[in-house]
Design a protein around this ligand. Structure first.
Ligand code: SF4
Length: 480
């Protein structure tokens, strides 16, 4: 997050969020710097950046959260709250709590007269009811459009002994790339929470940036891997706290669980506090786990032991991977996910000899190009859909390509009768060497037991006319 970074991902050079076509053509055009920006003349079901800002900080233990919006904007919080509650249970918490969320419930009157009074009241209630150390305030399209000056209201409501008020500017219309919501949260953390003077260095401490969607099993696996190098982990903002945020500046190095999570923030930490960082991939699948581990090991001066360890781990899991490969080899896959997970899943399927026929990802940029070039070396003629959601495009492509299995959020493709599974699992293992085996088993079980989705399909029809499936899936994408 260089000082000039706006927090809007599509404003970064060579970043695209509306594209579709053959992977070789996209990669070739990107390399020649002649990939044209495009837009959709019709759009359906865009994921809002606000939910990414919320999910980024929702598991912070000593915090309350105010969503300054109409009630509907808070709808997605239920999913994050569920993950947080299950996450506490997995961690042995006896008195499980829900995240402390208040919605200001802006209505027609507030849209005309302004939402200041409701926001002030919400701040008062959050402070009195929950006694938090921090109150995160999420803006929305509505608060942005009416021009509520949330920074000024928070500054005015801030008391010396009260909770720290932290506005996060995540109005949905600011960006079509939902990962911008992560950036908005980190911009606020930098502005309101990081100490001016860095804390004294703590030997072996590594900042590990992760959102709430990491399972407890994944947390243990990451800790196991980093403990090999004598490192201890400061998770941020995942199950974090005010004190852990302060310790960010004491770390020897930083890394992230995901390519699009905290990447700009880690640059900022390097510029402002001299903390080096490894920005590689999500540790899912053999190739990516190796790459992720070597990235952080190199920073800590532990590359040689890391390579030795990787060799041992390959030997340990290979027999199991071979067995799973026997069940999955040659199966055709369509993958859909956030930028980090979609590419991680695409690399994962190579471990099982599967064939990529379609890949849906929200962003295409320099990082994506590295992954696409790698995948192009293995898979031929697969389609790339650069889309934030857009279920109408997805079902058209899936129906046309007829994969054997769909990996991603299954809500739409399951209704086509396909076996589906996903790698975004906050409750089960997905990462590291044990995660590969677990995910492989999960994919194989879905492929071998597709009865549920097949039986579901005739009763859960999608809302599209037959004629749509006969048209070009990218019909509504237009070059600018
Ligand atoms: S902030 Fe905007 S885009 Fe996001 S949920 Fe609310 S209205 Fe929708």
């Amino acid at each position: 997050m260089a000082t000039t970074y706006s927090g809007v991902r599509e404003l970064r050079p060579y970043t695209y969020n509306d594209l579709g076509g053959d992977s070789m053509r996209l990669a070739g055009n990107f390399e020649k710097k002649c990939l044209k920006s495009a837009d959709r003349t019709f759009s359906q079901g865009l994921q809002c950046q606000q939910i990414n800002s919320i999910s980024c900080v929702l598991s912070m233990s000593d915090s309350a959260f105010i969503i300054h919006s109409p009630q509907g904007c808070s709808g997605c919080v239920s999913g994050g709250a569920d993950g947080y509650r299950v996450g506490q249970a997995h961690r042995g918490v006896k008195l499980i709590k829900s995240p402390r969320v208040i919605v200001t419930n802006l209505d027609e009157n507030d849209i005309i007269r302004g939402g200041e009074a409701k926001l002030r009241e919400a701040i008062r209630i959050a402070g009195e009811r929950y006694d938090p150390k921090m109150i995160f305030i999420f803006t929305s399209c509505a608060s942005g459009i009416i021009g509520d000056d949330v920074d000024a209201i928070a500054a005015d409501a801030q008391t010396p002994d009260g909770p720290i008020l932290i506005p996060i500017h995540c109005d949905g219309f600011r960006s079509k790339i939902c990962a911008s919501g992560f950036d908005a949260a980190f911009i606020a953390i930098k502005k309101y929470l990081l100490p001016k003077e860095p804390r004294k260095k703590s030997s072996g401490l590594v900042n590990l940036f992760a959102p709430t969607s990491i399972s407890y099993k994944d947390q243990l696996e990451i800790e196991r891997l980093l403990a090999l190098f004598g490192a201890t982990v400061n998770y941020i903002p995942f199950y974090s706290s005010y004190e852990k945020i302060q310790m960010i500046t004491a770390a020897e190095a930083s890394t992230s669980i995901c390519k699009v999570f905290a990447d700009e923030f880690m640059k900022e930490l390097e510029e402002s506090y001299g903390i080096p960082f490894a920005h590689t991939v999500m540790p899912i699948g053999i190739r990516n786990t190796d790459k992720w581990l070597l990235g952080i090991a190199a920073l800590l001066g532990k590359e040689a032991p890391a390579r030795e360890y990787i060799e041992k781990e390959h030997k340990r899991v290979q027999p199991k991977l071979d067995e799973i490969k026997g069940r999955l080899e040659g199966k055709r896959v369509f993958i859909c996910g956030g930028t980090g997970r979609s590419f991680a899943a695409a690399a994962l399927i190579d471990d099982f000899g599967m064939q990529l026929v379609g890949l849906e990802t929200p962003t295409y940029d320099f990082d994506a190009q590295i992954d696409i070039e790698y995948l192009n070396g293995i898979h031929k003629n697969y389609v790339v859909d650069v889309a934030n959601m857009q279920p109408f495009e997805q079902v058209n492509l899936v129906n046309h390509l007829k994969p054997d299995v769909f990996i991603g959020v299954p809500a739409w493709s399951a209704r086509l009768g396909l076996p589906t599974t996903h790698v975004l699992d906050p409750k089960r293992p997905t990462m590291g060497y044990d995660g590969i085996v677990y995910l492989g088993e999960k994919i194989a079980e879905q492929v071998e037991n597709a009865g549920f989705n097949r039986k579901l399909a005739p009763y859960a029809r999608l809302p599209y006319k037959k004629s749509w499936y006969e048209q070009d899936a990218f019909k509504y994408i237009r070059d600018l």
